[in-house]
Design a protein around this ligand. Sequence first.
Ligand SMILES: C[S@@+](CC[C@H](N)C(=O)[O-])C[C@H]1O[C@@H](n2cnc3c(N)ncnc32)[C@H](O)[C@@H]1O
Length: 199
Amino acid sequence: MTQEQEEILKGVHDLAREQFVMILSDECEAVLRDIFAKYRPQRVLEIGAAIGYSSSIMALSSDCEIDTIEKDEERIERAKDLWRRLGIEDKIKVYHGESDMLLPSVIKGKTYDFVFIDAAKSAYKRQLELLLPYIAKGGVVLCDDVLYLGLVKGDSYPPHKHRTIVRNMRDFLAYVEDNESLELQLIEQGNGIAVIKKL
Ligand SMILES: C[S@@+](CC[C@H](N)C(=O)[O-])C[C@H]1O[C@@H](n2cnc3c(N)ncnc32)[C@H](O)[C@@H]1O
């Protein structure tokens, strides 16, 4: 990544924080950069492109092709503009629509060595189950916000308004822990980051 590209990304990061536009947490970004430095994935899937910040980091950190899904058209336009400014538009294919609708056709016939699940939290488990056959052995799945406000760990009864999401995240983490073909590293930074390796 060139100095100029880093500066463009810093500008987008700072503006997103100022405008409360959703991009990954700084802690998750550090983990993402670390994974890309170590494994240099080549076939990447992202669910939740938003304005293209995390996909830009991935595209600039490895010689990879990225499929990314986003339901918000305005965010996709901002993402495309960013990818053009960074000169990486040819590395990223964006699919516009609901991830549950699009996923089966996007992943058909493909094998990914890195997946970033970063959209609907209630869908993490369902999407990982669907994706498993399309992830290479040794492939890595990254999920942000899995400890949701610190309410997920333990078995305490969460406040009513957070109950569904906490239950979903507990189910998701239990599913990963119980699956013998998966290895979970839970990083208790930010809102909780799951790094899942397919064995
Ligand atoms: C946390 S943001 C993604 C941030 C991005 N990965 C980054 O770090 O730059 C989540 C995005 O997922 C999108 N999203 C949420 N639910 C979705 C769904 N069911 N299908 C497609 N996109 C969805 C939202 O519109 C939002 O832009």
